[in-house]
Ligand binder design. Structure first.
Ligand code: ADP
Length: 152
């Protein structure tokens, strides 16, 4: 049986912090599905197709990484794709408190589903998609935050 992990997020846009988490998690799983969440009530800077294209380009040489879009509960999508693990990154105590709640909720809905957390490298812990979107709005330099595949 293969160990499949879902790495869920908005990825609006994917940053080098996200990419680092996926790369570091690769030895732990047979397959990582980067699950791009899409909520029709939410406004995104990059549309769904762009967000998916960025991720596909970044991981085009890695068979073990796939990209998918989902619009249902994370636990439902995990069942559908056979993922027994959810992968998340932790940058700070604020991330921890948020992630603790989501992870415990998901576990109460599916007791077999485990969330695996990787602590961000210090050099990436200040990077977030929110900050990147702000920098895009004000025209700042994004070189150190975004993978080269993300064209702004
Ligand atoms: P969401 O919209 O669910 O918060 P994000 O796309 O912002 O999704 O993030 C997805 C996951 O990646 C989350 O677990 C988040 O904590 C993690 N993450 C985001 N930025 C970084 C980073 N710089 N280093 C490590 N993990 C990160």
């Amino acid at each position: 049986m293969s160990n499949i992990a879902l790495f869920p997020g908005s990825f609006d846009p994917i940053t080098i912090g996200h990419v680092d988490i996926v790369k570091r998690a690769l030895p732990l799983f047979d397959k990582i599905v980067v699950g791009v969440g899409h909520n029709s009530q939410k406004k995104y800077l990059f549309d769904l197709e762009q967000r998916i294209e960025h991720i596909n380009l970044i991981f085009k040489d890695t068979d073990k990484v796939e990209v998918a879009n989902y619009q249902e509960l994370t636990v439902t999508f995990c069942k559908k794709i056979g993922a027994k693990y959810i992968l998340r990154g932790l940058r700070s105590a604020a991330d921890f408190e948020y992630e603790r709640q989501i992870s415990q909720l998901n576990q109460s809905m599916d007791s077999e589903l485990e969330t695996v957390f990787l602590i961000s490298q210090p050099k990436y812990s200040h990077i977030s998609s929110t900050i990147v979107r702000e920098i895009i709005k004000f025209g700042g330099d994004l070189g150190e935050f975004l993978p080269k595949e993300v064209k702004v």
